[in-house]
Design a protein around this ligand. Structure first.
Ligand code: CA
Length: 230
C-alpha cells in the first residue's frame, strides 16, 4: 500500500530510525513523534492509515494516548510496541484500543507484515464509510457532513471537493490537481471555478467555527488541516 500514511510514536532514536527508514523504503509516508504529546497532536491533526505506538513514552504513555484516540472516535489502526511481552500487558493494550501488539525486539519484516494486515482490515472496514478531520465528519454512505454535531448541507460538487481535501489532509493541492480530480477537466488558467467553490465550502465549513480547516497557500493551492495551536 504505497503512499499510505503511518505515524510512528517512539522515543528510542535507534528503534524509531529503524522503523521509519524501513517503512519509507516500502514507499509509506512516515511521520515520527518522539514523545506521546507530539504523537497525540499529530494523530489528531492528520488522517493516518496506521499508528505504530510505543508503550513507554515520555510525557504521555502509549496506553493513554491510545485511549485518547478512541475517546475522540478515531478508528485508526494502532499497532502497539513494547519491551514487556507478558499476557497482562497485551490485554491492557487491547483494552486501551490497540488493534495489534508486537513485542520488542522484532524483525522489520514482522512489523511490515502486521502493518499490511492492519491496513487491509481498516480499508475494508472504512471504505465508503466515514472521513473526518478535527470535529468535522463526512459520511460517504449517506453523503452527510457534520461539524461539532451540526449538519452542514453541501452540494454534490462541494462534497467531492471536501472529500478530496480530507483524503489529502495536510497536503497542499494545486488548483490543477483539484480541477482534474473534482471536475475532471484540464485546468484552464482563465477560470476561477476552484476558488469560487473553495469559498462556498469555507462559508459552510469554516465560517461559523473558530478553528479554520481550509487554508490557502498563496501561489500553490489549498490544504485542509487542523492548524497547530500557537
Ligand atoms: Ca519507549
Amino acid at each position: 500500500m504505497p503512499n499510505s500514511r503511518v505515524l510512528v510514536v517512539e522515543d528510542e532514536p535507534k528503534v524509531a530510525d529503524f522503523i521509519t527508514r524501513g517503512l519509507r523504503e516500502e514507499s509509506f509516508q512516515v511521520d515520527h513523534a518522539a514523545d506521546g504529546m507530539i504523537g497525540k497532536s499529530l494523530a489528531l491533526a492528520n488522517n493516518y492509515d496506521l499508528i505504530i505506538l510505543d508503550l513507554q513514552l515520555p510525557r504521555l504513555n502509549g496506553l493513554d494516548l491510545c485511549k485518547i484516540l478512541r475517546q475522540q472516535n478515531s478508528s485508526v489502526p494502532v499497532l502497539m510496541l513494547t519491551a514487556l511481552g507478558t499476557l497482562d500487558d497485551k490485554l491492557t493494550g487491547f483494552e486501551a484500543g490497540a488493534d495489534d501488539y508486537l513485542p520488542k525486539p522484532f524483525e522489520f519484516r514482522e512489523l511490515l507484515a502486521r502493518t499490511k494486515v492492519l491496513m487491509k482490515r481498516n480499508n475494508a472496514a472504512t471504505e465508503d464509510n466515514q472521513l473526518s478531520i478535527g470535529d468535522l465528519i463526512m459520511d460517504l454512505h449517506s453523503k452527510t457532513v457534520t461539524r461539532g454535531g451540526r449538519n452542514i448541507q453541501l452540494t454534490a460538487r462541494e462534497f467531492a471537493l471536501l472529500e478530496l481535501l480530507i483524503r489529502n489532509t495536510g497536503r497542499v493541492l494545486s488548483r490543477a490537481e483539484i480541477a482534474e480530480k473534482v471536475w475532471d477537466i484540464r485546468f484552464d488558467t482563465g477560470t476561477n471555478v476552484i476558488d469560487v467553490y473553495i469559498n462556498f465550502l469555507r462559508k459552510k465549513v469554516d465560517k461559523n467555527f473558530e478553528t479554520k480547516l481550509i487554508h490557502t497557500i498563496i501561489g500553490m493551492g489549498y490544504v485542509i488541516k487542523v492548524a497547530e495551536a500557537a
